[in-house]
Design a protein around this ligand. Structure first.
Ligand code: FCB
Length: 440
């Protein structure tokens, strides 16, 4: 049934959100003149994913998508984390970070059905050893959108055996690493996973509900397995935050079905739109991520949204960051350091308002393969994959900024964001129009 006018209006005004997310009780609290630092237990981290940084990649759905798509950049060896993980872990430790997020790639540890590759596991053993030896806690993603070529061959998530095989792999990973006390992420951004699978041809559109149900079953099953192996474990599936009104439609079906098995809510927040900025987007904007507008205060709205949806459950920003085009200055003049400081300011504001934020990860420690392209750069350390065969990691201005933030447990008390909150941010419309966040 096509979306009726009434439904479209309801979406636009947030009436749908009200069905699943309790309304805010009263007006937003007025900001105090200063912001307090985060607590000493707050987790500061960096996030990455196997396929995007490792290189030396075995056959997988994504290797096949790259091979089949001439417009995608050739993958090469990404930023060769496979051989340089000690250096990159050292860079994160040098920031003072306490969490390092990686994914354990199914394609690397199970090259053929029923066959496990000890050398593949040995690589992850060594990475996790390096992370813990540097005094950090691993955050392990079980599925960051990549699965073995043999599973792709038979139809990926549309195949009836996918959940059983995925669980066989995931249980092995859990049993091997539970003693290292990782934080767990089951599926990275499930809604984006579904979208990527369909746009790359790994999943027929008609099979979207099949995959969605499979992800739910797999998440709920592995959640119980993780808790049996690691009492007190913290497990999530991180959601790509879209906008308050769209959340129940885009992320709602998954999150509602796994709500009973989430120890923390993982949120990825990047872009924020307002009516004006949406109107100015180019038709290619989704392929030119560096043109998407940034609204650092949107992270406050996203946290507030999920604090109301899951009262009392800790929230964790599993990914946040900012793209440039090949490391060039952005057209809006925003630097990585300013964006980071402004974002952290809004996290401190959320904490001050009683929103339980457990941690924050920067995406990413280095630039990497952005699902088909090396052009969007998200790294604290930049890497010129196309032109620099030495793959040297060069610090951006955000390296010193993040180091200072971690040491001081946030931005200084009298910090004022370099970027003012947007008018009527769609991240939280219509409340952002009638009751926006403000700075003192
Ligand atoms: C997120 C993905 C991550 C990376 C960042 C920029 O949606 O989870 O792998 O591509 O965007």
């Amino acid at each position: 049934m096509p979306l009726s006018r009434r439904h479209a209006l309801a979406l636009a005004t947030g009436a749908v959100a009200a069905l699943t997310v309790p309304a805010r009780a009263g007006a937003r609290p007025a900001p105090a003149p200063t912001v307090a630092p985060v607590g000493p237990g707050f987790l500061w981290g960096v996030a990455s994913a196997g396929f995007q940084c490792e290189g030396s990649a075995p056959d997988s759905n994504w290797r096949r998508y790259v091979d089949a798509t001439p417009s995608y950049d050739r993958y090469g060896d990404a930023v060769d984390f496979f051989h340089r993980y000690r250096d990159d872990v050292g860079l994160a430790a040098g920031l003072g970070a306490g969490v390092y997020r990686i994914s354990v790639e199914w394609a690397r540890v199970q090259p053929r059905p029923g066959e496990w590759d000890e050398a593949g596991f040995a690589f992850y053993d060594a990475v996790i050893d390096a992370i813990t030896a540097a005094g950090m806690r691993p955050m392990l993603t079980l599925d960051h959108w990549v699965y073995p070529g043999w599973a792709a061959e038979r139809g990926g998530w549309a195949h009836p055996a996918m959940v059983t095989d995925w669980l066989a792999h995931a249980r092995k990973v859990v049993d091997r690493y539970a003693s290292r006390d990782p934080l767990w992420v089951t599926f990275n951004e499930p809604a984006a996973y579904l979208l990527n699978e369909t746009t790359n041809g790994g999943l027929p559109a008609a099979a979207v509900p099949v995959m969605q149900q499979a992800l739910v079953r797999a998440h709920n099953d592995i959640y119980d397995h993780i808790h049996a192996a690691q009492p007190g474990a913290l497990v999530t599936s991180n959601l790509a935050y879209i906008a308050g009104t769209a959340e129940p439609v885009v992320n709602g079906p998954m999150i509602d079905a796994i709500a009973a098995r989430l120890d923390y809510v993982g949120i990825d927040y990047y872009y924020g739109f307002s009516p004006q900025s949406i109107a100015q987007l180019s038709p290619d904007a989704m392929k030119q991520l560096w043109t998407l507008p940034l609204q650092p205060e949107g992270i406050y709205y996203a946290l507030d949204h999920y604090a109301r949806r899951f009262p009392g459950t800790p929230l964790y920003i599993v990914e946040n960051g900012m793209p440039t085009r090949d490391g060039e200055p952005r057209a809006d003049g925003y630097t990585r350091a300013d964006d980071l400081r402004d974002t952290v300011y809004w996290i401190q504001r959320a904490l001050a308002d009683g929103i339980p934020v457990l941690g924050y990860n920067y995406w990413s420690i280095t630039d990497n393969y952005e699902w088909g392209s090396y052009t969007p750069r998200f790294g604290l350390y930049t890497v010129d994959v196309r032109t620099d065969p030495t793959l040297t990691r060069r610090p951006t201005d955000a390296v010193a900024a993040y180091r200072d933030i971690i040491a001081a447990r946030g931005v200084p008390a009298d910090y004022r964001p370099t970027r003012a909150p947007a008018t009527c941010s769609l991240v939280d419309a219509p409340d952002s129009c009638t009751d926006p966040v403000t700075v003192p």
